[in-house]
Ligand binder design. Structure first.
Ligand code: FAD
Length: 623
């Protein structure tokens, strides 16, 4: 074992936040130790075996753009791929991969085990070592001490975890794993604000007992997308189908009959649950007028016969789970391999964190993932990367780095968490970003990789791939801007004959691509304009950049205007009560918090853009 004082960063927990944190800390050059309950569960997906989706796919691409593992692991494990919102604008297009659970876990473990500067240790952490008001190490269940100037806590649903099935409940971190109660008790003694949240998971089914004849097949999309800039679809394993079925009135009747034994309705669970991923009990009660809900049947892996019925997360008693599953077409004889359950756990109010994800109250302690009130692997992984990076930077006496809201979904999420808190489990949506046209999945690397390289997160291989892609995009965009097409020229004639586009005046290939009826592949069919680039990702980027240039410029101007306004200072003795049009509630908050700048005022929970402009107008007039 390495000398106990040898580490610069210690990460507690080997889930999605912990692995990205440990990898990022080590990539940033810190000597890092990852301490986790079980090395075999590193990268384990506790719930749905899928990565990505709307908003979440954006986070995965950003993790990848900063050199993280999630995208590469999903590429090695994705057995069904879809591009969601494919017909909508590029800002809301999102990638989702159904993953083989075992392949995902082994891909993450491989990346962790191959990371230079990162060591693993299997053991529960029971205590934090705190000296002079600063965290400086961890103590394990065996009483071993490991010391480091920075510690990243990523313990997921394990702190004070309690599993509920019907009226029965027991301590547990997730099914099959013990909770982290000693650490939870210790953390409750520290100056951290603790709350309870809950989440749930559906029963799993044996595919051999499902009637596929009655189910609607849902094949993946072709061509298949990838998450990582280092992957191609050839890296994907064998592809399979998902299936769809639906609940019915009978299912809902059975569920309603058991509400008096559902821990959510008997008051046995105090924590709030994820609004956007509700249990089937919740859906039946909240949407009482709906007679049916869709269920996606998703394979757990290529070598497994278990299926994940997405949409029927439940904590009803097991007999009722069986009964309602059997009322669903195709599942009449389904054998349940694992019961569904709800889990309640401790989380810490993220408003107690600095944007670097370091605790305001316990210097040296960084936190990431489910314990900050978020839900989902992608949200956890993204925070892990930032917490691990900043722990490494602090250990090396460098300034913290956090992307701004207009740079990354990562920045949106962290800003939301540290300013608004998490009154219910927080998950990412594209609607959370005010500048979403800039924050697309397709340009995550162009937004972040250069910065990642400066921060030491990007290795030579990834950097080389990025530089090649960026140069190819710039070169093709420049070629199209310079390619003039005379309306009476031979090329103009070919355009008329080939695409039926009459030119009234001279133009450029770039201007043609701005027309809604012409896309890049179509234009490249014209000899003299095409064949263009053979990389679809480069072609897509050039097309988007040209087509949306006007909107992007307008958004950029707005970003700069807001950035300038955010820098405006507010005098120390400013009387907020004199500002016309502020609500009594906001005036009271401003008077109490006394933000020193517009930037800080914007971050006050409940603050509205309208109130900020009133404040700005007043400040300008009375300067
Ligand atoms: P985890 O993945 O839980 O990882 C925590 C890690 O820390 C584990 O490896 C654990 O062994 C380790 N650890 C904990 N305590 C200690 C300790 N004291 N010492 C050493 N190691 C420790 N997300 C969704 O988006 N949708 C859902 O529907 C959904 N449902 C869920 C249902 C259930 C039952 C559960 C358990 C989770 C669900 N999730 C869901 C959440 C998803 O699993 C998490 O968001 C994600 O795993 C969080 O990642 P994390 O790294 O924060 O924590």
């Amino acid at each position: 074992m390495a000398k106990a004082t040898n580490y610069e960063v210690i990460v507690i927990g080997g889930g999605h936040a912990g692995t990205e944190a440990a990898l990022a800390a080590a990539r940033a050059g810190a000597r890092t130790l990852l301490v986790t309950h079980a090395i075999d569960t590193i990268g384990q997906m506790s719930c749905n075996p899928a990565i990505g989706g709307i908003g979440k796919g954006h986070l995965v691409r950003e993790i990848d753009a900063l050199g993280g593992a999630m995208g590469q692991a999903a590429d090695a494990a994705g057995i069904q791929w879809r591009t969601l919102n494919a017909r909508k604008g590029p800002a809301v297009r999102a990638t989702r991969a159904q993953c083989d659970r075992a392949l995902y876990r082994s891909a993450i473990r491989r990346l962790v085990e191959h990371q230079a500067g990162l060591q693993l240790f299997q053991q529960a952490v029971d205590d934090l070592i705190v000296e002079n008001g600063r965290v400086c190490g961890v103590r394990t269940a065996m009483g071993l001490d490991f010391r480091a100037p920075c510690v990243v806590l990523t313990t997921g649903t394990f702190l004070g975890g309690r599993i509920h099935i019907g009226t029965r409940n027991q301590a547990g971190g997730r099914a099959g794993d013990a909770p982290a109660n000693a650490l939870a008790a210790r953390l409750r003694e520290l100056p951290l604000t603790v709350g309870r949240l809950k989440t749930g998971t559906p029963p799993r089914l044996d595919g051999r007992s499902m009637d596929f004849e009655q189910l609607e097949a849902q094949p993946g999309d072709e061509p298949r997308p990838v998450f990582s800039s280092l992957s191609t679809p050839a890296d994907h394993p064998r592809q399979v189908c998902c299936f769809i079925t639906r609940t019915n009135e009978r299912t809902h009747e059975i569920i309603r009959s058991g509400l008096d034994r559902s821990p959510m309705y008997t008051g046995a669970i105090e924590g709030s649950g994820p609004r956007y991923c509700p249990s089937i009990e919740d859906k039946v009660v909240r949407f009482a007028d709906k007679s049916s809900h869709q269920i996606f049947l998703e394979p757990e892996g290529l070598e497994s016969s278990e299926w994940y019925p997405n949409g029927i997360s439940t904590s009803l008693p097991f007999e009722l789970q069986l009964e309602f599953v059997h009322s669903i077409p195709g599942l009449e004889n389904a054998h349940v391999t694992r019961p569904g359950y709800a889990i309640e756990y401790d989380f810490f109010d993220p408003r107690d964190l600095l944007p670097s994800l370091e605790s305001r109250h316990l210097p040296g302690l960084f936190m990431a993932g489910q314990i900050n009130g978020t839900t989902g692997y992608e949200e956890a992984g993204a925070q892990g990367l930032i917490a691990g990076l900043n722990a490494a930077r602090q250990a090396q006496e460098q300034q913290a780095w956090v992307p701004r809201r207009d740079e990354a979904y990562l920045g949106v999420m962290i800003d939301d968490l540290v300013t608004q808190g998490a009154p219910e489990p927080y998950r990412m949506f594209t609607s959370r970003a005010e500048f979403r046209l800039q924050l697309r999945e397709d340009n995550a690397d162009l937004r972040l990789t250069e910065r990642g390289r400066e921060l030491g997160l990007i290795d030579d291989r990834r950097w080389q791939a990025f530089v090649e892609r960026r140069e190819a995009i710039d070169a093709e965009a420049a070629r199209l801007a310079a390619l003039r097409i005379g309306h009476q020229s031979e090329l103009g004639q070919r355009l008329r004959d080939g695409l039926g586009i009459p030119l009234k005046k001279d133009t450029t290939a770039e201007e043609l691509l701005r027309r809604p009826e012409i896309d890049y592949p179509t234009l490249m069919q014209i000899e003299g304009i095409g064949p263009g680039v053979d990389r679809p990702d480069v072609a897509e980027q050039v097309g988007i950049r040209i087509r949306y240039a006007g909107y992007l410029e307008r958004q950029q101007t707005e970003i700069e205007r807001q950035r300038k306004a955010a820098g405006e200072s507010i005098p120390e003795d400013f009387d907020f009560r004199v500002v016309h049009g502020l609500s009594a509630e906001l005036t009271e908050k401003l008077e109490r918090i006394r933000p020193p700048s517009i930037d800080q005022a914007q971050r006050i929970p409940g603050m509205t853009p309208a109130a900020i402009s009133q404040l700005l107008v007043y400040l300008k007039r009375h300067r």
